[in-house]
Design a protein around this ligand. Structure first.
Ligand code: ADP
Ligand code: MG
Ligand code: MG
Length: 899
């Protein structure tokens, strides 16, 4: 099979859709060739060849012959042979994987030069200096990347040569200097690599290809892939591309040239214009290396108008062809423009929104495609407050942008201090080398977290994202000394405990002092404090407004909010919520009302209990009236009491101490004693699996009926006195069997009928259940007999399907699980499609089989998670419900799922 497999594609054979085989760079070089753009001829060795090499340690046997065939064709086309002594064909050997991994892998330029052919190149170009400069570059790059010689040694020799000559930059070195440098470089290679620099051009090429294969598994590349979740088994392609030279002298010279990079529009804002950098008399890698100062691309118009105009035209061709922002690499050789690379360019979140709408205006893409050009994670990023951009802050360093946001606080180096200081009202940034589960409370107390070790899946990163805390991790250039409570920057600045620092979790930057924070214009817009219609409206806000409109037009899923009070409900409505999918009632039992709950729990007689319940009724009713008012005309799902009762009682240790002390003074309070008994009675080993949810309703007489009465009376009053349109839905939590639901339903219906009769109204209340236990999902067909709707409680369902205690596992072993790749993302963050998701799907099917008009939704964190929203769309749910701030994200993703 291997013998006949095609491992090599000429640039004229491929196209942009072959990224799997040709890598991004190779596929796009082929595409540009197909478009008739000036690409230096060449060919690409496929990722399949790399995979064989990585798996077996040797390249496929067929490869060498195929390379020879393509090389011969290239030589014929160029009219010279690789390394031909009197007129050498030179090539670059370039890495290029399916997903761009900037700077992670290797490229070697000027392959084909040798002691002999350097003379030929000099003669052909009529330029000794150029030829020797190219040769020294080859030995340097080859030595470093192929023969693993420490690059510093070459750098030092180069510096030394410049010093001897009194030269500020490498262009001032003469041919003679460079000749000497070549000798020195060769000596370095001989000494360090234990072999001479190869003079045979084909050997150079083959070794370079192998080095590119090997670079796939370099430390940098592996780390990058882990962070970006790029699979480790894709392998890289290798591009062999005939060399063009920008280092034949500056443009003023008639043979002039240079090299540059450009974007077809501003990747930071999306604005159209001329963006890029140009460097005269240079080879490609000089631009990125920053060895000399580049000039803005616009200056090229003065330097070489013909090439500039051609470049502008090509950029337009590329944008129209790719229908997106492209970035490019180009080189001008003796006044001739060559395209060396293009790809759809990376961009900031803000630019993504702006570019998508610009492309719609240009008629290049439609609304559905515009939705694919942005995503919920980008929108979420745009909703975080940020540092003012014009602030004059000193940057201390930077790390990995692990969890977005802008946080300012005093530096503390341990969790204990973080907690202590934050209790006394200080804002703190917790700085650690790395965090572990012991730091949880400290992380909670801090405004943000900064670590000097670990990547995007480190403990700090994972936990901070879960908490929604700003986090910068792996800032390796910052030295954290927790013992001496200080942080030292590379520049030697020392930050002591208590010094103010600012961290930007969206860019990874760390600043000294307090950088002022401004609210996000996107949130201002959602809040209704900024209008997209105004002429002078922020361009980003205008773009977001339009994209949201596309999404709303496109989506099938409705989006509701998890909101417990009128204030959250009102905000949710401003953010576009189409109802409340989860109103938790437990907060209605806290604060000053806790005492009444105590009385309920301690009641010995029916009348004591009724009194306690009667006290709670009007309070709950008041809450519901406000909520129904805020959501007038939209559905509000109210969940009856869910958490175990002991959560409403005093802490067992505190109370025990109080009672013991009182007893020693012989003035124990009767109520405290009874409370303590109750606390002991209600204590559970596994409260999450204990007396909670519907079980409470079944064993505490009157509790659920009181809540149902409060809901019904509130709805009745809204209808009658305010002429409102309340649309309450009553939801029973933690049901495992239809029998539980039947009992509660019967009691509830009696109460509702009573209220309807008393007020003389028809309330149209519906009654449904959460599906959050595996048994409920497995018997969904039966449960649907007694339920008007299902709401999947995917938090509890994930806990019970996996047997994970959410409160414990995320901090204790999830980091290890993520690192071992057992899952790529926490199942509490993104729904586990194969396990939990399969149960959701089958419950949807069974439920609808019983009751075709069954309404289906999901509440719980997954409702606002982009990937999960797509799953719920596909599973056929009617709505998702999420926290108010996630609503725009859910709307957008629901639109993208349907587009
Ligand atoms: P990277 O993926 O790191 O950008 P590239 O393979 O694109 O690596 O090459 C590194 C630099 O060398 C780039 O600036 C590129 O434009 C330049 N380069 C690559 N091949 C050639 C060539 N055949 N002629 C001239 N310059 C080249
Ligand atoms: Mg490149
Ligand atoms: Mg639950």
């Amino acid at each position: 099979k291997e013998a006949t497999h095609k491992f090599v594609y000429d640039f004229t054979e491929g196209n942009k859709d072959l990224k799997d085989q040709l890598g991004g760079k190779g596929a796009n070089l082929a595409e540009m060739t197909k478009l008739g753009l000036p690409v230096p001829p060449g060919f690409t060795i496929t990722t399949a060849a790399c995979k064989v090499y990585l798996e077996s340690g040797v390249a496929p046997t067929a490869l060498s012959d195929q390379v020879s065939t393509h090389l011969e064709a290239l030589e014929a086309k160029m009219g010279k042979r690789l390394g031909q002594p009197d007129d050498p064909l030179l090539v670059s050997v370039r890495s290029g994987a399916k997903f761009s991994m900037p700077g992670m892998m290797d490229t070697v330029l000027n392959i084909g030069l040798s002691d002999e052919s350097v003379q030929g190149l000099a003669a052909q170009a009529g330029d000794e200096r150029f030829a020797w400069d190219s040769y020294r570059r080859l030995i340097q790059m080859f030595g470093k990347t192929v023969l693993a010689v420490d690059g510093e040694l070459f750098e030092q020799a180069l510096e030394e040569a410049k010093r001897r000559r009194g030269a500020a930059t490498d262009v001032e070195l003469s041919a003679e200097d460079l000749k000497q440098l070549v000798e020195q470089f060769k000596a370095i290679v001989g000494k360090q690599a234990g072999r001479e620099f190869p003079q045979d051009p084909r050997e150079q090429m083959d070794l370079a290809v192998q080095a590119v294969f090997d670079s796939w598994n370099g430390d940098r590349a592996r780390l990058y892939r882990r962070q970006e979740r790029i699979p480790h088994d894709l392998g890289t392609a290798v591009n062999i591309c005939s060399m063009v030279f920008g280092n034949l002298g500056p443009a003023a010279d008639s043979r002039g040239g240079g090299t540059g990079v450009a974007f077809t529009r501003d990747p930071a804002t999306g604005q159209q214009g001329v963006y890029g950098d140009y460097l005269q008399n240079a080879q490609g890698e000089d631009v990125v290396a920053g060895i000399r100062n580049t000039v803005p691309l616009a200056d090229l118009e003065q330097l070489d108008k013909t090439s500039y105009d051609q470049l502008m035209q090509i950029m337009e061709t590329l944008e129209t062809h790719y229908k997106d922002l492209c970035d490019i690499e180009f080189t001008i050789e003796r006044g001739k423009l060559w395209m060396l690379q293009t790809r759809v360019g990376k961009r900031t979140a803000a630019a993504a929104f702006r570019i998508a709408t610009q492309l719609v205006d240009q008629g290049l893409i439609d609304e559905a495609e515009a939705l694919q050009r942005v995503n919920g994670a980008q929108l979420a990023q745009l909703m975080f407050p940020r540092f003012t951009s014009d602030a004059q802050a000193q940057q201390l360093g930077w790390g990995i942008a692990a969890s977005p946001g802008a946080a300012v606080g005093k530096a503390v180096f341990d969790s204990y201090t973080a907690i202590k200081w934050s209790r006394s009202g200080e804002k703190v940034i917790l700085i650690r080398r790395e965090t572990n589960p012991d730091d949880l409370d400290g992380m909670l107390a801090a405004e943000g977290i900064l670590t000097s070790r670990g990547g995007k899946t480190s403990h700090a990163a994972v936990v901070a994202r879960g908490m929604g805390k700003t986090c910068v991790c792996g800032a390796e250039e910052l030295e954290v000394d927790t013992k001496r409570r200080r942080l030292t920057t590379q520049g030697g600045t020392v930050i002591e405990e208590g010094d103010l620092v600012s961290i930007d979790g969206s860019s990874g930057k760390v600043y000294l002092g307090e950088v002022p924070v401004v609210p996000s214009p996107v949130v201002e817009y959602f809040e209704g404090r900024m209008h997209a219609g105004a002429d002078d409206a922020d361009e980003l806000v205008k773009a977001v407004h339009r994209i949201m409109a596309y999404a709303d037009r496109m989506r099938r899923l409705r989006v509701r909010a998890n909101a417990d009070n009128a204030e959250d409900a009102a905000r949710a409505r401003r953010f576009g919520a189409q109802g409340i999918g989860l109103c938790r009632t437990e907060h209605m039992f806290l604060g000053e009302r806790r005492e009444m709950v105590e009385r309920l729990i301690l009641a010995d007689t029916e009348s004591q209990r009724d009194t306690a319940l009667a006290g709670l009724l009007p309070l709950q009713k008041g809450d519901f009236v406000e909520l129904f008012e805020a959501m007038d005309g939209l559905p509000v799902t109210v969940r009856l009491l869910d958490p175990p009762l002991h959560e409403f009682l005093p802490d067992i240790t505190e109370l025990s101490v109080r009672v013991a002390l009182a007893e020693s003074r012989k003035d124990a309070n009767e109520n405290d004693l009874r409370l303590l008994q109750a606390v002991h009675r209600l204590h559970e080993q596994n409260p999450m699996l204990g007396l909670r949810g519907v079980r409470l309703g079944l064993v505490i007489p009157g509790l659920f009926t009181m809540q149902v009465r409060a809901i019904a009376e509130a709805a009745a009053e809204r209808k009658i006195t305010a002429k409102g349109d309340p649309r309450a839905e009553i939801m029973i939590p933690l049901v495992g069997t239809v029998q539980e639901l039947e009992i509660v339903r019967e009691e509830a219906e009696t109460v509702i009928a009573e209220v309807e009769e008393t007020y003389g109204v028809d309330l149209g209340l519906t009654l449904g259940t959460m599906i959050e236990l595996p048994r409920a999902a497995l018997t969904a067909g039966q449960i649907a007999e007694s339920a008007d709707f299902f709401s999947f409680g995917t938090n509890d369902l994930t806990q019970t399907v996996w047997g994970f205690s959410r409160d414990d596992v995320e901090a204790s072993f999830f980091t290890a699980y993520l690192e071992k790749g057992i899952f790529g993302v926490s199942p509490f963050e993104t729904i586990d499609k194969d396990g939990v998701g399969a149960l959701v799907r089958s419950a949807v099917e069974a439920g609808r089989a019983t009751r075709p008009d069954l309404k289906l939704g999901v509440c719980g964190e997954h409702g606002g998670d982009p990937e999960s929203v797509h799953f719920f769309h596909e599973a056929g749910l009617d709505y998702v419900s999420c926290s108010p701030f996630r609503i725009p994200v859910a709307r957008l993703e629901a639109g993208r799922a349907a587009a």
